[in-house]
Design a protein around this ligand. Structure first.
Ligand code: UDP
Ligand code: MG
Length: 322
């Protein structure tokens, strides 16, 4: 059922809100976070659900969420192991039933005060309202520069427009949730999928808070993996560029061959050339390995897709019965 008059629904507090919250080893925060979230949601609507997706936590996160008071309306999906945040979000969105879904982190880095702004813009007709971080200074400069390089590369080699510094903190209308749920890819890069589905979008700046407790689970290795997923899922240029490189190199070799033949014919066969042969050999060896490696990146992902394994497995669900 689509809401015809969003403004009216918002005023009447009848918008059904689904909050999708991935949690991974957040035992220190779940109590305070879900309490704060439910207090915020109560200000905004009479019907809401909070869907917590436990992404294979090793600590007491699941126990603590299952023990939360019923009035919090927290439903829990406990995945059978750690599938990664992108997959946890996928599980959450597939279970969300509301008119809108709001995605946010459980570590208080995404300020709850922004949620009303999200809803206001939604009521004005936007189908996706996304938070854009105004500050990245609580991150290391390596992470920051890495992100800059990644966004620069993505705009150059993909056709989709992924906004800078926008993360998973966003509101999605039912239409968008349904669209994303149709996507059956195994290797999921959510930031790309949000952009790929289209729909009328609006950015909202927000200030990233410090993590309230615990620590971030995104090291440089995981971020690199995510970046590779993003590039290989949304661009085929790394695959196709080798045709062009090969063509250019062949052209250069041809010109050089003509030059050598001419010089030999005119000046005789005095050809010193050992170092240049070695350099050329290493250059082409390197280029060939690089291109094979890039082929491998894509083939590995094709492999993952064709196996058709389920995107995630659920160990337990709580709170879905009513
Ligand atoms: N998270 C998850 N699975 C993971 C890693 C993280 O569900 O494998 C959750 C985590 O509990 C948090 C959110 O994703 O709610 C963001 O994670 P984190 O704070 O570690 O990332 P950062 O804020 O540093 O980007
Ligand atoms: Mg965080």
């Amino acid at each position: 059922m689509q809401i015809d008059n969003r403004k009216q629904a918002l005023q009447d507090k009848t918008v059904r809100i689904s909050c999708v919250v991935p949690v991974f080893n957040e035992e220190a925060l779940v109590d305070s976070f879900f309490e704060a979230l439910q207090a915020k949601l109560l200000e905004l609507t009479n019907t809401f659900e909070i869907i917590a997706i436990d992404d294979g936590s090793q600590d007491n996160t699941v126990k603590k969420i299952a023990a939360l008071p019923k009035k919090y309306h927290v439903k829990l999906i406990a995945l059978s192991r750690n599938f990664g945040k992108e997959t946890a979000l996928t599980a959450g969105l597939e279970h969300a039933t509301g008119d809108v879904a709001i995605i946010l982190d459980a570590d208080f880095q995404h300020p709850l005060e922004v949620i009303p702004t999200f809803l206001t813009h939604w009521s004005e007709g936007y189908n996706m309202v996304y938070g854009v971080r105004e500050n990245r200074d609580n991150e290391s400069s390596i992470k920051r520069n890495f992100a800059r390089l990644f966004y620069w590369l993505m705009t150059k080699i993909t056709k989709i427009d992924i906004p800078n510094n926008a993360g998973d903190f966003r509101l999605l209308d039912r239409k968008v949730v349904d669209a994303i749920n149709q996507i059956q890819e195994r290797t999921r890069f959510m930031k790309g999928l949000y952009a790929w589905v289209g729909f009328k979008k609006l950015p909202v700046p927000f200030t990233v808070q410090e993590r309230a407790a615990g620590k971030s689970s995104w090291g440089l290795a995981r971020l690199t993996e995510l970046a590779l997923t993003g590039i290989t899922s949304f661009s085929d240029i790394p695959l196709r560029v080798w045709g062009l490189i090969g063509f250019v190199i062949s052209l250069i070799s041809l010109v050089y061959a003509i030059y050598i033949v001419t010089v030999t014919l005119i000046f005789g066969a005095d050809l010193p050339g050992f170092p240049s042969i070695i350099v050329a050999l290493m250059f082409f060896g390197g280029i060939q390995l690089l291109s094979i490696g890039i082929l491998g990146e894509y083939i590995a992902r094709i492999f993952t897709e064709v196996k058709q394994r389920p995107k995630y497995l659920i160990e337990k669900k709580y709170g879905f019965e009513d």
